[in-house]
Design a protein around this ligand. Structure first.
Ligand SMILES: Cc1ncc(COP(=O)(O)O)c(C=O)c1O
Length: 313
């Protein structure tokens, strides 16, 4: 879906016009992928709007920058405030928020330390990323996820998404909605932009951080919701074939939210319909973010905007 421009983008502490948010072709990031970023959603709750787990997202942003020795010069509170400021300036909710920090125009050598760090935060309307209740038909990718001690999976870095692009392109070209990558040892890892959950015999399984996954904030939220439902949660290395014989499977992510899987490599998951545990978790997640239930986890940061219909939702 093409991006729908809004009016303002936050840049290093000030709001600038959307069309002025441009960089030079010789910026370090263009050549070497030296960026870290976040993807955040703001939901509406009736006539109110709130950003989902803003602090956790901005903390991960800070962590990603720390791994890459990228000074951000803004505190967690200031970055959270910047997100609120740009949403309120643009007056768009629900929306997707994209904070990004990168090495800008300076030196062209590989070492990024002498190139300046630029931070931008944009927001824009965005609807569903993947099929909802019908379930997604996905495949196991021929590409592996990042090997340990190569590209750090816990950093949400732009360069990691070259691997994600290979996974996603291959899947779509072959007629699937998404690909699931295995790690270098052949264990289940994650989708190109989603964490993975399986249900078998009433237990909830998810792949641990050591299997080259991003530490998803939706993943952490679903674990918390499931724990409160007294579900047994198992975080352990999962063999590929477990996904073919599980009862239910779903993706989680800021973009994908909670997306049930209908089939993997054309093998139906269960009877192909969204199963009871996925349904319970899915409905609870949306009840919380859409304000149908009280925000008992304090996951929503209020923003003061006039609420509009989601585009494409
Ligand atoms: C590779 C990858 N894994 C998992 C996720 C899910 O993370 P989150 O729930 O924080 O959006 C994302 C999306 O950000 C991702 O890009």
């Amino acid at each position: 879906m093409p991006i729908q421009p809004t009016e303002k983008i936050w840049h290093n502490g000030t709001l600038i016009p959307w069309e002025k948010a441009q960089i030079h072709v010789m910026s370090h990031v263009v050549h070497y992928g030296s960026s870290v970023f976040e993807g955040v959603r703001a939901y509406t709750q009736g006539d109110k709007a709130g950003v989902f787990r803003l602090r956790e997202h901005m903390q991960r942003f800070i962590d990603s920058a720390k791994i890459y020795r990228m000074p951000l010069d803004y505190s967690l509170d200031e970055l959270c405030q910047a997100v609120v400021e740009v949403i309120e300036a643009n007056g768009v909710a629900p929306c997707y928020i994209r904070p990004i920090a990168f090495r800008g125009y300076g030196e062209i050598g590989v070492n990024p330390l002498k190139s300046p760090v630029d931070i931008y935060i944009a927001n824009f309307p965005w609807g569903k990323y993947m099929p909802g209740h019908g379930g997604a038909d996905v495949c196991i990718s021929s590409w592996n996820r990042l090997a340990p001690n190569t590209m750090p999976s816990l950093a949400k870095a732009g360069s990691n998404y070259m691997n994600s692009q290979l996974i996603r392109m291959e899947a779509e070209i072959n007629g699937y909605a998404e690909g699931i990558a295995l790690d270098v040892n052949g264990y289940l890892s994650e989708g190109s932009g989603e964490n993975l959950f399986l249900v078998r015999d009433g237990k909830l399984f998810t792949t641990p951080l050591a299997n080259s996954v991003l530490s998803g904030i939706t993943r952490a939220s679903i674990i918390e919701i499931a724990r409160d439902m007294n579900l047994e949660i198992v975080e352990q290395a999962l063999p590929r074939e477990l996904i073919y014989i599980c009862d239910e499977a779903f993706f989680t992510g800021t973009a994908a939210e909670v997306t049930p899987l209908r089939s993997v490599d054309r093998i139906l998951i269960g009877d192909g319909n969204m199963g009871p545990i996925t349904t319970k978790i899915h409905d609870e997640f949306f009840a919380l973010v859409n304000g149908k239930k009280a925000d008992r986890y304090n996951w929503l940061t209020p923003v003061n905007v006039k609420v509009e219909e989601a585009v494409g939702a």
